[in-house]
Design a protein. Sequence first.
Length: 566
Amino acid sequence: MNDAAEPRADEAPERKHFIEKIIDEDLAQGRNEGRVHTRFPPEPNGFLHIGHAKAICINFGLAEKYGGSCNLRFDDTNPTKEETRFVEAIQEDVRWLGFDWDDRLYYASGYFERLVELATSLIERGKAFVCDLSGEEMRAYRGSLTEPGRDSPFRDRPVEENLDLFRRMQAGEFEDGSRTLRARIDMSSPNLNLRDPVMYRIIRQEHHRTGDRWCIYPTYDWAHGQSDAIEGITHSLCSLEFENHRPLYDWYLDNLDLPARPRQIEFARLELTHTITSKRKLRQLVEEGHVEGWDDPRMPTLGGIRRRGVPAEAIRHFCEEIGVAKYNSTIDWAKFDFSTREVLNRTAERRMAVLDPVKVVITNYPEGQVEELEAINNPGDESAGTRILPFSREVWIERDDFREEAPRKFFRLVTGREVRLRYAYVIRCDEVIKDAAGEIVELRCTYDPESGGGKTSDGRKVKGIIHWVSAGHAVTSEVILYDHLFASPDPEEGDDYLAHLNPDSRQVVSARLEPALASASPGEVVQFERLGYFCNDPVRAADGAPAFHRTVGLRDTWGKIEKKGS
RNA sequence: AACCCGGUGGUGUAAUUGGCAACACAACUGGUUUUGGUCCAGUCAUUCGAGGUUCGAGUCCUCGCCGGGUUGCCA
């Protein structure tokens, strides 16, 4: 055709966020030899959650976009909190999200030797000293937000003495917490981070990688920027709360002879309505049994989200959509759901399942007869093909799809009225059978044999279409319906976030599935027509007791109409 | 209270750097449809406030107001 003939005036204008603008400028100025090199630096002290996904997408995404690379670096400077199992889980999560660090897997602990050398050079230049103040004393000397601090009495120790003491700290000659190595900056700085910050503390604790090789450990501020410089990071992206640390980050770099000059840029972390991302609180939910574990499908952890059936692509799409800025914002959970549906609508095959079954007996349908109907797997993707759906005299339909009496707007089965069974026939409800308690146990219907193939022989219109499953062929399975973990959009409001827990966040039902679902593969996500997207839980599949998790419901226009009416 | 950062619809993010406030989600209308799904069309903010500079201000200046961060040997 006439490609390239016309300029694409409608081409989407490229919207760059502020970090991309900074990178563009750095590139234009010829900084960092034109390289873009980022890193994702998790501390292995817990599982990753949706908030981390944003940081991962930004760091790996930017490297990808600019033809650079992104390192995975574990920020393991505090052995009292870190464990190997987290190192492994974090790698699994990042990989699942679709990112790759090639051979660039690093650990801050891998730089401990080098960091000691750098610290030593700082001491030699009179820019660091060993301090004997206790934690409490140091706090008193630090001053406050409004008052300047006072110099430590050990601040002017001779270089030789500092060197000797620092060596002996490493050799384990002193008690835990009895001494620290501190940078010698400015006790009167309005920025508290610059008031002679601690670089090393004495902690006798086995480290998950270095074992008992060390009894001093670097602080975050001391280790982070230097690790960045060692790796040749050009843009060190972190969250807003480190903004006040940037002057310190720069001070270390300015006072050392490092080959590279990374630049710290801060952005707002991701907050979502109806959930929390505090590691401490997530742990409490697990430990107190409010959820079934770190990978409970209601958890905002990547493990939980993955188990729930949300595709990695949806998370990447979401992170792309929410943008990057410095404003502390909270994104509506509905936006996250939208991304999930956006991906699943294209990729998930359709099936039929009845979650709250009521039996329909088609009295004029021959007993023992079974028809094999063809059903489309994905109306938006012909290549997904079709499958066979058995139809017979008795079928299950959704209890909610029947009313004895109903308003005109109710396009489903009503006593004396007609509805179409999807891919099958039009049926009319003739009789409602109830038990002693008044509960409906069966609907007696008749079908129109001429109504197959979507048409009626006399051309009459039947507006409603409902899903169904042949009773004799149905597979019974547990289906778990999830809702927001927290009923309130802002669980942090008030003094007890647990009070906002949604008591109905998990509901288990016994459902009837069409036979094709028996062969769903573990982890597969399908759409139960008219209901939502459901994931065949890989854990339960392995246990031989399959269950489907509701990943997210379909947009429910009728639900809204009905709610408004009542 | 000191210092740092921020403030654009219900929610987020943009605005050629001083030139008609755009995109997405949500909500609401209507259309298509063998999923009340998808899809399509439409409606929904004069940018925290007050001054100032300018032909022209979301963008620049001044003064306020509001929100977040910081007083770990956590990250």
